[in-house]
Design a protein around this ligand. Sequence first.
Ligand code: FAD
Length: 740
Amino acid sequence: MMEITICGRGGQGGVTLAKIIASAYFLKGKYVQAFGVYAAERSGAPIQAFVRVDDEEITNHNQVQNPDHIVVLDRTLIASGMDAMLKPGGSIIINIPPDKSGYEEHFSGRKVALVDATSIAVSHGLGTRTVPIVNTTMAGSIARVLGLTLSEILAALEHLNFTGANKTCAREAFKQVTTRTLPGEIHRPPKAAGAVRVADLFDEDVGGMPKIKTGSWATEKPERRHLTPPCNHVCPAGNDVRGFVDAVGKQDYDRALSVLLETSPLPGVCGRVCPAPCMDTCNRAEYDQSVNVREIERAAAELGSRPKPEHPWRKEAVAVVGSGPAGLSTAYQLARLGYPVTLYEAGDELGGVLRTGIPAYRLPRKVLDEEIDYVISHDITVHTGCQLQREDMLRLSREYQAVFVATGLQNVSDLDIGETSQVAPVQGLHFLEKVRRGNERLDGQRVVVIGGGNTAMDAARSALRIGASEVRVVYRRTRSEMPAIFEEIEQAIEEGIILDELVSPVRLVDSENGPVLTCQGMKLGPPDDSGRPRPIADTSPEARFDLSCDLVILALGQSHDISILPEGSAIREGEALLGLSGAPFFVGGDFATNAGTVSAAIGCGVRAARHIHRTLTGEDLFPPEEDPVATSEHIKFQRFAHQSRAAVKTLSPAERRRCFDEVHLGFQAGPNGSGAVSEAQRCLSCGVCNQCDRCLEYCPEGILQRSDEKDGYVFDLEYCKGCGVCMTACPRGAIYMTEL
Ligand code: FAD
């Protein structure tokens, strides 16, 4: 990118000059930007204008800090250190009569280009000696220094309707400008150098702040606020999504992971299997495409390092029953609060459905094992192979100071479709467990899976991977009503799975061609209690048909088994169960809510740990009420460049349909190492100030200051006239105006 700072006085046409230069490059097919900064709207007052030229879309709207070239329209503005921020090799183009000096001592070692633009302009009637209009004249000399041709700068002038004397002056300046490199060493930038230093209105010898406290003219004043980003608002785990995405965007992976570990011990898991409601609500979706938060979470889990856990320091012991994501999350949060935790699990390994249901091609075992190991490393005592019963629960309530139960959904829904001599329906979860243990092959078989949720899709895709020749999923509504994760359905179809929508199974029967599943075509009716359209049988004769099959898998949902709880207890998520003697019981995860996602189970764990802690100590760790949500109306989309998502690597359908290798391989390498960085930088940081300085740069009164204290900025309300430019400039709605 090339950047130019123009220093002039009001009335000389500095901002227009910026436009002329920008137009010359625009006509050459470049991206350009031209804008001015006014300290006061009056002739003679110092102004600065800026030009940016690039081959790519320009998103930086701040003032130019390190120009490639400086243009000085009025030599009285030359100040010591003016070139401190000039890039090496840059030029200073000065409007100065040939007999005048005074610039040499300021610009030693620099390349200077000199032209008497004032004389040229005034001699052709452009302005007066006191306020000469030198923009078009200077454009000619600047063009020469920048390597533009005379015809290119003349074309730019015409493009902006500058003709006659303006073109003549530009032509003369193009010819007359002389360049040379001054002797001596270049001045090193002073330590805290800012933008190009020119004498300005607030310099002691020029002006200073007005005597009158102009803030008294205001009828409104700016206030800063914090809104809740929509991604944070909907995250069932309660993750600070914006926070970890921001950290990844700054390549601070340890911070990103520590933000995640506040609420979730399983970011590598969620970075692979979460349905990511945050991506559905991302405001950026309205502009181009939502930020790929799921993959960024995965990258944070891979690139950040985990802090060493502390040992428990409290005496009250807590038992957790069930080691799915809800149990793991609760145990982890309690351990971080200092409680000694004992985890009881019926299976021979920890993880719940993460291990027994979700196949390795979506969630590699290594990732799961590493995250579970980290949870356990918080001095958690583990008992696997413990299928606890009701009487065990009562025993736990005597041995521990609190008990948390998250045993998931253990009852599977059945369907009476009969069986044939060769085919009896099997349950999807049992099938997945057998596949996981490597005990199943289906070479050449035709498989029909009944259902539309994650279990159905995982069973279907697994069946294909262990050799099935044909796999069909029959579902009684349409694809858009299927509860399975959208991407899973897409990928299943890519792999060759046939989706039979609006089909309901009727009966498994033997036919002369072998076993068939008789099916009934369906239509969609008015919504049922779930809000989805009710499937109604299509009574036309052709709506009945048979599907040949060697295996039928049922994936029709699950429900909880409350027989382990004491009689008469009611389930209320996160709350202690009533009517029990001994220590309080708490329940969570799918067992309590049937929410059906890993992130919801993790969120239950966070809340359960806070409930337990409050019950045992009286201390309330629940967060204060959430701030209002930042909607797309708060976002100034025009301040952001369009940018498509960073590329991710995925195995092709041919590579993946016969093996359990992971399908998603994360981001491809990007310009900053991981593509996660550029993807994270797409985040709009909705409603949360990320100190982009735009308010500070655009404040016409200069009354905003960076501060380490007050949220990064302070307003000097004694001089704020309440114009609201800061509010308009803020791209993310973090500033608003209130009446005084
Ligand atoms: P579970 O994960 O079910 O864990 C319960 C644990 O309790 C188990 O380990 C069980 O052995 C143990 N237990 C049960 N009874 C006892 C007992 N009496 N004594 C001791 N221990 C006991 N969600 C997503 O977000 N993304 C997905 O991609 C996704 N895919 C899925 C795929 C499948 C096949 C299935 C079935 C579900 C999927 N889900 C997915 C849903 C998600 O896995 C669950 O919502 C989540 O695992 C619920 O967590 P939980 O801890 O409440 O229960």
